[in-house]
Design a protein around this ligand. Structure first.
Ligand code: DAH
Length: 358
């Protein structure tokens, strides 16, 4: 075998054995690079006797061609193999179930949702937000609301009292959001138009009562505010909240120490199977207390009842949530049961707005 044939055989074998692109490149340089063996043979041609030059030149060229095309073939085979390997390792199994993202798993508690729904409606009616502390003075929680010491309403409230201070004054966990009325009237001048959602506390627990629950208070004080305004505001609220236009409401005469006259409001509903439908007068459910602010309350915060008047209302947020979304047991609201929350909770992205529908 001639030297040229041996060289060709060696290179073709090396090409065949190259198992990745970089070792193939080494072979290419070794053969056809500037200082490669085949290139050197080509360069040596000039020193040959002319009669040999042509036939040897043709032979070297043929070997060069053979090596070049073998390199091509092997290169595309190796590239294909590399691509196949990538496709194999980067393959997605589209039959696997999609893993839910944390955003889709998290839930908004129904209380938070209903709280947002209610404040959104009253904000749309032009009410501002007010707040007060959970630990309240006996004065604000009772006395200034026209509930003096000996008043029977104090017993009805199942109050959590703190130990008396040396001066005899007592603090309480507020039993309702009504003390925010007092704080607001003491801190600002009429016209006043606020709502105050928040936590309240009473020593009471059964299927429809929990020791901590939520209320929302409303207060409007101006010179000419009357009961017709109160009725209209509550009707607008109920239509928006229960999402029915022909909501039926009943104002029943009632008694609260801080309002005169006072009323309790029921809304009409019927039951179809387990479903509650609002409207009609088949059944009535009490949802709130309200009335015209008592002149004594106005006096207690330094307002002249001959100049100012207004209305107030208070409703249970938890109660409204159970009514609208149909949870049977109020205690489950605060049990921290994830299954319950997954069932009754709301999507994080489902923010209540009047425009978007509650
Ligand atoms: N504070 C009352 C309660 O907790 C609810 C209430 C009734 C609030 C009438 C008011 C009102 O503002 O006018 O039972």
């Amino acid at each position: 075998m001639s030297e040229l044939e041996t060289l060709e055989k060696q290179f073709l074998q090396a090409i065949d054995q190259a198992d990745d692109l970089s070792s193939l490149e080494t072979v290419r340089i070794d053969a056809l690079g500037k200082k490669g063996k085949i290139s050197s043979l080509m360069q040596g041609l000039g020193k040959m006797p002319p009669e040999d030059r042509k036939s040897f030149g043709q032979a070297v060229n043929a070997v060069k061609q053979a090596i070049s095309s073998a390199l091509e073939v092997q290169k595309s085979a190796l590239e294909q193999a590399a691509l196949n390997q990538r496709l194999e390792t980067e393959r997605e199994d589209i039959t696997l179930p999609v893993r839910p993202s944390p955003v889709s798993q998290g839930r908004i508690h129904p209380i938070s949702q209903v709280w947002e729904e209610i404040t959104e409606i009253f904000a749309d009616l032009g009410f501002a937000m007010a707040e007060g502390p959970h630990i309240e003075t006996d004065e604000n929680n009772f006395t200034k609301l026209n509930i003096p010491d000996e008043h029977p309403a104090r017993q009805e409230h199942d109050t959590f009292y703190f130990n008396p201070k040396p001066d005899g004054s007592r603090r309480v966990l507020r039993t309702h959001t009504s003390p925010v009325q007092i704080r607001t009237m003491e801190a600002s001048k009429p016209p006043i138009r606020i709502i105050a959602p928040g936590r309240v506390f009473r020593s009471d627990s059964d299927q429809t009562h929990t020791p901590m629950f939520h209320q929302i208070e409303g207060l409007v004080i101006d010179k000419e505010t009357h009961m017709g305004h109160l009725k209209w505001v509550l009707e607008e609220f109920c239509k928006a909240f229960f999402e029915v236009d022909d909501v039926t409401m009943r104002f029943r005469a009632s008694h609260f120490p801080f309002t005169e006259p006072s009323a309790e409001v029921d809304i009409g509903y019927s039951k179809v199977g387990d479903e509650v439908r609002f409207g009609g007068d088949e059944n009535w459910m009490e949802i709130l207390g309200c009335g015209m602010v008592h002149p004594n309350v106005l006096k207690n915060v330094g307002l002249d009842p001959d100049e100012y008047q207004g209305f107030a209302f208070g409703m249970g947020i938890d109660r409204l949530a159970t009514l609208k979304y149909g949870m049977p047991d109020l205690r489950a609201f605060f049990a921290g049961d994830l299954n319950w929350l997954r069932h009754y909770g709301f999507s994080v992205l489902n923010v209540p707005t009047i425009a978007g529908g509650l």
